[in-house]
Write a protein that binds this ligand. Structure first.
Ligand code: SAM
Length: 232
């Protein structure tokens, strides 16, 4: 269970209502059962459920079982896709170890509102499920141009299915983190928008092969390649 509060052996800390529900109703756990409590700052602790009622739970922390660890700085910048697709991308990107997720609106975006809190909750659930210590930061949606203007200069690979984009294997093999992976919307990037993006020296267009992938497939496929070749 991810808890943002400072974790120390001997502490008794409340979980969230969602965690109480998950423990009691989904996992069928009860008072006295063992759980693991974690965050990136303090690491992971063996814990027991000290109390559990419908919407409330308390967790008694035992010894630390994993030292603190941050995920490598792999960043996903993804067009604001339709809700189910974006939910899925956030879950899978969390499993694949991204440090942050930035939804962006683009010229061909059909979605212009993104529920950041909902995506953050999905990221948190996925982090708990896959036993990573940190939960990726989910930034509020912003226009692509604004995100590029504020970018810190780390390499940003843009998923581009058009001819001329370098094969991802060629680029990722020499890549070091931090690094970003930018994926377009269901209808693709507007060509002029892609040209504008690649005028930034830190942006490189890369292809995942000759097939046109769904945006959500491109998002997770690229992250898997980058994590395998440049991450850990
Ligand atoms: N409607 C567009 C078209 O037919 O040209 C396709 C857009 S595709 C469904 C959505 C996004 O996935 C693209 O903007 C791109 O970022 C990414 N993508 C899809 N296939 C890709 C590939 N083979 N290589 C790199 N990126 C790809």
């Amino acid at each position: 269970l991810f808890l943002d509060a400072p974790l120390t052996e001997g502490a008794e800390l409340p979980g969230t209502p969602a965690q109480a529900h998950h423990l009691g109703t989904v996992l069928r756990r009860g008072a006295g059962d063992a759980v693991v409590v974690f965050n990136a700052r303090d690491g992971a602790y063996a814990a027991t459920i000290a109390a559990l009622r419908k919407e409330r739970c308390a967790l008694a922390l035992g010894p630390r079982i994993r030292a603190p660890a941050l995920e490598p700085d792999l960043r996903l910048v993804v067009a604001a896709l339709k809700r189910d697709a974006l939910d899925w991308v956030v879950e899978k990107a969390t499993e694949l170890g991204v440090a942050s997720i930035q939804p962006v609106t683009t010229r061909r975006s059909v979605v212009d509102r993104v529920n950041t809190d909902r995506l953050a909750a999905i990221a948190r659930g996925a982090a708990e499920q896959c036993e990573r210590l940190s939960v990726p930061v989910v930034h509020p949606a912003a226009p692509l141009r604004a995100v590029l203007d504020a970018w810190d200069g780390a390499p940003l690979l843009v998923a581009a299915e058009r001819r001329g984009a370098a094969p991802i294997r060629d680029i990722a093999a020499t890549m070091r983190l931090p690094c970003g992976w930018l994926v377009g919307p269901e209808g693709g990037f507007d060509p002029a928008e892609l040209d504008d993006a690649t005028r930034h020296a830190f942006v490189t267009a890369v292809a995942l092969g000759p097939r046109i992938l769904r945006a959500e497939t491109a998002a997770v496929a690229g992250l898997a390649v980058l994590q395998a070749l440049a991450g850990d």
